[in-house]
Structures are given as structure tokens and as C-alpha cells.
Ligand binder design. Structure first.
Ligand SMILES: Cc1ncc(COP(=O)(O)O)c(C=O)c1O
Length: 381
């Protein structure tokens, strides 16, 4: 368990922020990295050609370490949707085949698949939200020989309900189907190791559970997909782009591995140092310890909300870092209550039918008590 790290963030005492799934508050070390970076770009003669290459390589290597990959497998992109679109561009369907998704999936992991289905003459098949909350069983039931690609999360973005990838990935492999993941709502707080769980592509935005900046995301491409076609035909992902004087000698070839998928201006002199500082901090804490620490918070919240008539999924079916809760009164009343919580500086989100509580290492016992007291106060008796 990691002791409370509120001092590492800039969160006033009277704010109870349970909304990391919306946006992580910028860590002080990450903000410092941004300020140092801005000081450098204010004096661009201090920015050397090596700054176009060495820091992105460091960010790539740190992200690779987080998922059990190598830096060669990692592209630096601008958004999760950019990463998923890259995957969709490089996968094929045969006419009539389908892409499996979860009902209520985040749109960044949906729209690129509509385009692929249109291009190749396939269909999207949404696994209905299971009544019992068990997505894994529902996915395994939905698998048949028509499924060519499964585009999944590690946990559902609206409520943290889990997908057991250790069971889903081999089942897909057996059928020769591809697995593409959007782990924006899990990576950093829910460990994932692509050296153990076979994944074709994986995208992750940095500004939530990676505690990094908005505007930067990572794309993992397994070695089998290192010869694909990038979305963006930029100069820096071409071979020998380090040779600034020789850039007019246009090149056919690309930089090694997944670097060919890098977005243009991927060297962003502010975002990359921020991402490096965030990933270094995350790896020092470790995703495993973060998960356990946040799990203690969500377990306590789940147990103490229940007598107040607020329900959540049982522990094995939900991730430990996000607690999706439902108020007995349902939809509209819940949205109104969340607004009332906000007025008391208790921040949570409503997504679909669920109020989503997403703590992180800044969360202290006072936050937990304030959330519970506010809910008790606002619930009809
Ligand atoms: C599951 C999931 N994926 C991706 C994103 C962000 O997508 P993008 O980077 O395409 O803006 C979000 C943001 O809420 C999300 O919840």
C-alpha cells in the first residue's frame, strides 16, 4: 500500500476529487517538467536536434516498460482515437466478418471500426451489457467464427466493470481473431503485460491513469504489425530523419518498428517531458501498488455506500480503481445529486446509468468521509 500522496498534487483541502477517470490533476513534478520545457522553448537556441529524438525515445521506453514491451513496439500519437484509427487502417476484414465491441464503448474505440467495416464490407457487433455484470462471460459467449477483430477495453469506461483479458485473448487467438485494446481507463492503475497477454494493437491516452498531459497518447503495435501503413505521412517517422541537412533526400523507408506510426510533431517539447515525468513517477509507485491502494478506497466506498441504498458490482467483476455506483432512484435524480455533490466540492462523473467514482493517490480519509456524508445527506430518507 502506498501512503497518501496528496502532497505530490495541487489539490486544496476542501476539494474531494473522485474524478481521475475524467482527467488526472497534473502532478507537481509534471508541472515542473512543463515549466522547464517552456523556459527552453522560450529560448529555442537551447533546443537541439537531439531534443527531437532522445526525449521521445525515453518516453517510448518508459511506456514499453509499463506494458512489458520494448521501445520498438511503441508509437507516440496524439490521441487514443489516432491509435485505434491506425490499428483499423492496418487490419482487414473479409466481407461479412465482424468486429466485436462492448455496448456503450467509448467512441474513440468505435468510430474507426465503422470506417473499417464500411471499407471492407463487414459489420460491428456490440456485446450487450450483461445483467450480471460479467463482461468476460458475455464476450466469450458472443465469439464465433465470424468475429475477425475484438476492440475492447480492460475495464468499461462508464463503471469500471472488468474484462478478463487473460481469458479473452487466448479465446480470440484460437479463432485467429485480432485483439485491439483501448486501455485509457485502466493502464497505470490496472497492470497489463503484453508479453503474457497477446495483443495486436493497444492505445492509451496519457491524461487519465497515466497522470500525463492531454494531447499525447501511446500506441503499442505487436512486432507482426511493424510493417504497416501510418495514418500520417510526416518527415520524422522516415528513416534518417536525424539528418536535418539531408531531409530533402526523400526516403521510402521508415524509422524502425512501431515508430512509423508516430504522429507528426511527436517530439512536442512540452508534452514529452511531461509524459516522461509522469511515467517515471508511475513506475516508481508501480501500477500493482497503485491498484492495491485504490482498491482499499473503492472497497471501503462500496461497503459504506450500500447501507445508503447505493449499489455497485461485486469486487471480482469490477476493477479496483473505478467504482461505478447506482442510486436506487436511477438516472435523472442521480444526475441532480451529482450536481449537488459538485456544489459541495465533491467531484464525481455520471456516465450512462452510473455515477463513476475514480480516486487516486491524492485521496485521503477526509475525502472519503466527505463523499459519504454528502451522499447520506442528499439521499431521500
Ligand atoms: C475509454 C476512453 N478512451 C479514450 C478516451 C480519450 O480518447 P481520445 O484520446 O481519442 O480523445 C477516453 C476519454 O474519456 C476514454 O474514456
Amino acid at each position: 500500500m502506498i501512503p497518501c500522496q496528496r502532497h505530490a498534487f495541487d489539490i486544496p483541502d476542501d476539494v474531494a476529487y473522485f474524478n481521475c477517470a475524467y482527467m488526472a490533476p497534473t502532478l507537481k513534478v509534471v508541472r515542473q517538467a512543463a515549466e522547464d520545457a517552456l523556459a527552453r522553448t522560450s529560448q529555442p537556441w537551447r533546443v537541439t536536434p537531439m531534443d527531437f529524438f532522445a526525449p521521445p525515445e525515453r518516453a517510448r521506453a518508459l511506456f514499453a516498460q509499463l506494458i512489458g514491451a520494448t521501445a520498438d513496439d511503441v508509437a507516440i500519437v496524439s490521441s487514443a482515437s489516432y491509435g485505434i484509427s491506425t490499428a483499423a487502417k492496418n487490419l482487414r476484414l473479409r466481407r461479412g466478418q465482424s468486429i466485436l465491441l462492448l455496448e456503450g464503448e467509448f467512441p474513440s474505440n468505435v468510430y474507426p471500426w465503422y470506417e473499417l467495416a464500411r471499407r471492407d464490407g463487414g459489420t460491428l457487433r456490440f456485446v450487450p451489457r450483461p445483467q450480471d455484470g460479467d463482461w468476460t462471460a458475455a464476450i466469450l459467449r458472443a465469439l464465433d467464427d465470424e468475429v475477425a477483430i475484438a476492440a475492447l477495453p480492460h475495464c468499461h469506461w462508464t463503471d469500471g466493470s472488468l474484462v478478463d483479458l487473460a481469458r479473452v485473448s487466448p479465446a480470440l487467438q484460437e479463432r485467429g481473431a485480432r485483439l485491439v485494446l483501448d486501455v485509457t481507463q485502466s493502464l497505470g492503475a490496472l497492470p497489463l503485460d503484453v508479453s503474457r497477454i497477446k495483443v495486436d494493437f493497444l492505445a492509451c491516452a496519457a491524461y487519465k491513469w497515466l497522470l500525463g498531459p492531454n494531447g499525447l497518447s501511446f500506441l503499442y503495435a505487436s512486432p507482426e504489425h511493424h510493417n504497416g501503413d501510418p495514418l500520417d505521412y510526416n518527415w520524422i517517422n522516415r528513416e534518417r530523419s536525424e539528418d536535418f541537412a539531408g531531409l530533402v533526400n526523400y526516403r521510402e523507408g521508415y524509422q524502425a518498428g512501431a515508430r512509423r506510426y508516430d504522429v507528426g510533431e511527436r517530439s512536442s517539447f512540452v508534452l514529452i517531458p511531461m509524459a516522461i515525468a509522469a511515467l517515471e513517477q508511475l513506475l516508481a509507485w508501480t501500477p500493482e501498488a497503485i491498484m492495491d491502494t485504490l482498491g482499499a478506497v473503492t472497497d471501503e466506498l462500496a461497503a459504506r455506500l450500500l447501507p445508503l441504498g447505493v449499489h455497485s458490482l461485486p469486487a471480482p467483476l469490477r476493477a479496483r480503481h473505478i467504482l461505478g455506483v447506482q442510486f436506487a432512484e436511477g438516472g435523472e435524480r442521480m444526475a441532480a445529486m451529482v450536481e449537488q455533490l459538485r456544489a459541495r466540492k465533491v467531484f464525481v462523473s455520471v456516465r450512462g446509468q452510473t455515477a463513476r467514482l475514480a480516486p487516486h493517490l491524492w485521496t485521503n480519509q477526509q475525502d472519503v468521509e466527505r463523499l459519504l456524508a454528502a451522499v447520506a445527506d442528499l439521499r431521500p430518507r
